[in-house]
Structures are given as C-alpha cells and as structure tokens.
Design a protein around this ligand. Sequence first.
Ligand SMILES: [Zn+2]
Length: 431
Amino acid sequence: MNQAILLKNGNIIYEDGRIEKSKNILIKDGKIEKIFAKNVNENHSKMKYIVYDCTNKYITPSFVNLHCHSPMNIFRGIAEDVSINDWFNKKIWPYENNLNESDVYLSSVMAFLEMINNGITTVADHYFFEKSIIDAAISVGMKLDIAPTIFNENFSNRIKNVESLIKNTKKDTVNISLGPHSPYLLERKKLEEIASMASTNGLNVHMHISETADQVKKSIEKTSTSPFEYLYKLGFFKTKTLVAHGLWIEKDDLNFINNETFFAFCPKTYFKLSMGFGNIWKYKNNLNFSFGTDGAASSNTLNVLEQARIFALTGKILYSAEDFTLTETWKSLMNGHRFFKFNSGKIKENFDSDLIIWNLDKINTVPLNNPLASIIYSSDSNNIEAVMLKGNFIKKENKIVSVENFEEEFKSFLKSKNKILNTSSMSDRKF
Ligand SMILES: [Zn+2]
C-alpha cells in the first residue's frame, strides 16, 4: 500500500478551468481522499503522510493521449516531406513488417517516457505486438487502453489472440479495445464480425475513420455511403467508439454517432501530411473530442498539449479570435479522460490521483496574469515539475522517476532502430 501524500498549499485548476488558490490535497491508496483549505490540516494530524510542498505551484488533472501508435517512436524522422501515400506505402509499411516484439517493447518504453515528461498518464494505443506494449506500460507505470490492430491478413488468428488477451488481462491499469485498422483496409464481413463482437461483449472500438478526403470519396464510389454511414450499417457505434481523426466527417455523418463516440484529433499530423483542414473545426460543437498525438513518425512529438494548441490556433485562423477559447481548449484536453475506464480526469474525492504539478514561476510563463494561458500557450515540459499516477510520482523534480535502467534500455532501443532501418520489405497493404 502506498504511503499517504499531502500536496500542500497548491493552486488547483479543475477540469472545467475553475481555479482555487491555496488548497491541500490528501492522497491515500492512490486516490484523492480529501481537498481542503489551507490551515485546516489539523484534522489529519493523526494520519501519517509525506508532505509535498506545492506553494505557488499549480495542480491539474493529468493529460491523456487519445490516439497513438507508441512503437512508431522508432521511426521518428524517417518519413519527412512526403505525401501521405508515400508516407504509408514507401516509408512506413515496408519497415513495420520487420519489427519484432523486443523492438516494439523498447520503442513503447521510449514513447511512454516521453509522454510522462509531457504530463500524459494514460494512452489509447493502436498497434500489433500488443503484449509488448502492455509490458512496456506496466514497467513504465502508464495507464493503457490498447487496441490490437486488426487487418485482413491473418484475421481469424488475430481475433482469437484478442479474445484470449481480453480474458487474461487482469491488470486494473490496462484495458483491451477492438482495433480494426479502418473501414478501407478490412473486408465487409470481417468488419461485421468485429462490430458484432463489440456489441455482444460491450467492448470499446478504436478505429481510423474518414482520415482523408480521398477515403471518403472512395467509400462513396464503392459503397454509396460515407465511411461513418457504412460502419453504422455494419453495426458499429453501439459501444464506446474512439474515432481516430474523423478529419473529413460530413454533416450527415453526425446522424450515425452518439454521446459514446469520441474523436481523437491529431492536427500536427494533418498539417505535416497536407491532409487539409477537413471539417472538424466546423463541427467541433457537435463532436465529443479530445486530442491524440498519433505516432512520432508523423507528428514527431508525443505531446497532447501541443496538439491542443495547434487545434485552437487553427480554429482562430479559420473562424475568429473570440472562438476556441482557453477554457474550451482546456475542457477538450480533459474530456479525453472520459473515454477510459480508469476513474481519472477530475480533482475530486475518490478519483485516482493522476495529476500534474506545474511550476509556472519560470521565465517562459511569468507573470501569471492568466494561468490557463500560461499553460496552453506558453508552457513546455520544463514547467511540468511532477506527474503522479495513482498516488505514485512517475516524474518528480523535473525528472522521470518510473524507470531505473533507462541507459540500458536506451542503448538497446538504438540497436533496434539500426537493425530495423537496415531492412525493408514490401507490404501487401496499399494506402
Ligand atoms: Zn493512427
């Protein structure tokens, strides 16, 4: 059992952007036990706890990364200044074919450490060699919702593997979702099978939908329906569904989604790969969304705050400076917690203490005329002094503390990288 911790005399920014000054947060058994004003901690004098002084610091819920391919950290920088078609067909799929379990483990560890550094405690990941990703998350101390990627190839075996993984995963910081890659890369019958598996067993689905204008066009040519309508008719959207991107969602598509449909926006990827503005800025008030980083091979950083910043700035250019407000951007960041089953995202009694402690008394963020503006538009990872997950510090005093043998793992990671980039083979898939 963890020792109780008192975060003393900090300023809280809640998930709705509300700020309360000089508060104490008592954390016990990984959960927020009590929030109370300064100088009333006499009530707790009988309880033994460690004090962490938060004077002049800001405490917020942690961030979540709603869409990532963590093992793609190994490919960071190998596919620059190329079209989205070349990105997939020439740069990524030929190398991905050669990854093994150990490469995926090491690359995921590196990805999770980067996320922790940026205040992220929870990630929705979509990839293969899922067991290695689960091991990496447990070893680093991240919460993970993993959607093992399902393609046409080897379909029946993949489904069996996923079923057994669901049955055998007991860890309360890991959840298994269904991860069909996308409507365009899976046959109709296979998609139907996954939809039925989701609704029968109440499983989450995490899938790429309407990423590009071309995908929507081809879907209409082939099926006479948009990707959203096509999937709806096959039986999707009956359980919690995480839409990766949905950049080119159309107005009529709003009829096929519901309150349990979440969108992960990753605007840095869209801009780097010239995918256009799409419609997500236009329909933001109709969509239940938060932010993902996508993999480092397309967005280069695993930082959801950066994605939120780009989203808000783009919204201001497309619409008006008064729109896409600080509070709205903050709420969108926090909204991602609602996709997960992990009881996080609020500074409230009985919620998991998944928190960030910010030091905003730095040259890039002072004076603090508007703390939310300092976080959203001025801060970087150096302002994230500490990150806590279920009452444990995973970053403390500006250093990641959840991995002991970092140097060794980093060396192995670089070896893996050299091996992978010296081999490539053709993939059957075509973007
Ligand atoms: Zn993706």
